[in-house]
Design a protein. Structure first.
Length: 595
């Protein structure tokens, strides 16, 4: 895990450009405290900050050169299957001077060009500059675990791992992206496709690569989750499906345990993270006795999950460390937390994760496994029921529609499910009017102007079924969760790894029919029956879905938090577009991070 930065110029690189990338390096120092590097020629500057995970020697220094010096690369991430790819390349005649995945990545590009991306199992964002052709190749992993931001000013292409590094460019002029603000307040969504909260800064979309040359930037998609729901696999033996899911997840965890530094786990009382700890316990029995896990605890809060963590700990005997976020700690940490997040966060849940990462850092753990992506893979959110009901309705499977609806109701999970299902069936005008009534703190003209082009509105409130909604989540929801995780972990120089987002698992599960993902009113049916055995019955049989829940409502009433609600910095903007500020206290506080 690292920080990358750079400039490509159509004309020439100046001393000021080199200084700018040096400053971008410095501002991203938290992403890579172990080493830094800078390279430049007449048309390009590349910068790098290194967090050493694989091969801790100086061999991993970046920017990294090809053997002939033709290619120079700056790279952030991990290629987990680098050993297998290195063996494949060795058989093709390539030799290696380091033990790093960095060298494997660059030689893969030399061997296969852009098709190398299909070989990689990992998380990555990188730029490779060709000194002969004067072109730059940029790319990002399939689901967007690792960030890549850019801006184009005059004839120069600037890029970095975090937007704060781009904001220091002397010639940049920033304006607020109203569409991003709308989606943030109405749908709790950020990080949608290539958009950021500033019109001038863009994100290279997940699963895309780009070529930068004298003609500008051309972006191409190289991976699309939609491809895997077109022809669902026919199921003949459900046990084979369960075994395949288990095989893929266990393989994913094993790959992500590869590290030359200490590995631990984030641990809530939920299914996703508890299964990962269970896999580590059963497949790495020599490690589990000293294995460190980290939990956010909220004594007295009705959604505190510490009791479930303790039950899991009794089964596997790992170490568990706890942090106790409060309104007081949030008040003290707010400036640092928002600084590292770059863009606003719609709830205080990411702050709990921030404190977990801090705790891991304090206990000398550099790599953490985390359960991010389990809900998107296995339909974990309660509202997925609503999309499944729509699937049954679209296929005229009325008998099963009523059966499933009754099961949902009997499990007392009907509120979100029936809301989504009913909302999808409404005429467009009625949907928009109902949505405005729910968010009437917004100026009416502002609302109706930006709802028209809202991607969350278009993809989550139309008549889509379960598998379509899973694709929409990979495309338009997952990335803001990954941004929170990336910034929270990198704030403390920690590499977060997400086994549920192994592309092999994603592609296989997406290709399965919907009825084995939700069944008898139960979400995560497939996950529970395939890998639930790695957790404990008390967690597997839970009917609630929480995930880094915080006592936000209580916090927002604390004097320490109320004192932070000051709209002076952006008074004119909020006066124009908002009213009834008291309804949206946290969202306003978080949005102030933009200033």
């Amino acid at each position: 895990m690292c920080g990358i930065a750079g400039i490509y110029s159509k004309s020439h690189i100046t001393k000021n450009d080199i200084d700018t990338v040096q400053k971008m390096n410095e501002i991203q120092k938290h992403r890579g405290p172990d080493d830094e590097g800078l390279w430049d020629n007449n048309y390009c500057v590349l910068g790098h900050r290194r967090l050493a995970i694989i091969d801790l020697s100086s061999d991993g220094h970046q920017p990294f050169f090809s053997d002939d010096g033709k290619l120079i690369m700056t790279y952030n991430g991990e290629i987990y299957n680098y050993i297998e790819i290195r063996d494949e390349l060795s058989k093709l005649g390539w030799s290696f001077r380091t033990k790093t995945d960095t060298e494997v990545l660059l030689k893969s590009y030399e061997q296969w060009g852009k098709d190398c991306l299909q070989k990689f199992n990992g998380m990555f964002a990188f730029a490779i500059y060709d000194t002969i052709t004067n072109k730059m190749f940029i790319a990002r992993d399939r689901v967007g675990v690792k960030p890549f931001y850019y801006t184009i000013i005059d004839d120069k292409f600037y890029f970095a791992s975090e937007t704060k590094a781009l904001k220091i460019i002397p010639s940049i002029s920033l304006s607020i992206n109203n569409q991003a603000v709308f989606d943030y307040f109405v749908f709790n969504r950020t990080d949608i496709w290539d958009e950021t909260f500033h019109n001038e800064i863009k994100r290279l979309p997940k699963g895309h690569y780009g070529v930068v040359d004298e003609n500008g930037l051309k972006i191409t998609r190289w991976w699309n989750p939609k491809d895997y729901i077109k022809n669902p696999i026919e199921i003949n033996n459900i046990s084979e499906v369960y075994n395949k899911v288990e095989e893929l997840l266990v393989s994913s965890v094993k790959l992500r345990m590869r590290s030359d530094v200490t590995v631990g786990s984030c641990l809530s009382g939920g299914l996703d993270s508890s299964v990962l700890v269970g896999i580590v316990a059963q497949h790495f029995p020599d490690l589990i006795g000293s294995y460190k896990t980290f939990t956010a605890s909220f004594p007295g809060f009705d959604k505190d999950e510490t009791a479930f963590v303790e039950l899991l700990q009794k089964k596997y005997n790992f170490h568990n460390f706890r942090t106790y976020p409060t309104a007081e700690t949030l008040s003290c940490d707010l400036e640092k937390f928002l600084y590292h997040q770059d863009d606003p966060v719609p709830t205080t849940s990411p702050y709990a994760q921030f404190k977990v990462m801090e705790l891991a850092n304090n206990n000398n753990v550099t790599v953490l496994l985390d359960g991010q992506g389990g809900d998107e893979n296995f339909a974990g959110y309660q509202y997925f029921h609503g999309y499944f009901l729509t699937s049954l309705l679209k296929s005229w499977n009325i008998i099963n529609l009523f059966k499933e609806a009754w099961k949902i109701y009997s499990r007392k999970q009907e509120k979100e499910a029936f809301y989504i299902f009913a909302y999808q069936q409404l005429p467009d005008r009625v949907k928009k009017n109902a949505l405005y009534k729910k968010h009437n703190y917004l100026d009416k003209d502002f609302f109706y102007t930006y709802v028209e082009n809202s991607i969350p509105y278009q993809f989550f409130f139309n008549k889509i079924g379960l598998n379509e909604s899973l694709v929409a989540h990979f495309n338009y929801k997952l990335e803001h969760l990954l941004r929170w995780e990336d910034r929270n972990s990198m704030a403390f120089s920690i590499e977060a790894r997400v086994p549920y987002l192994d592309y092999r698992l994603i592609e296989y599960v997406l290709s399965l029919p919907e009825h084995i993902k939700i069944k008898a009113g139960e979400t995560k049916y497939l996950q529970k029956n395939s890998v639930g055995k790695y957790s404990i019955p008390e967690i597997v049989n839970r009917k609630d879905k929480i995930g880094f829940a915080t006592p936000e409502r209580v916090w927002m009433e604390k004097k320490e938090i109320l004192a932070l609600i000051n709209v002076n910095n952006n008074y004119q903007y909020f006066k124009k577009h908002f009213k009834n500020f008291d309804k949206i206290n946290w969202k306003l506080i978080s949005l102030f991070g933009l200033t």
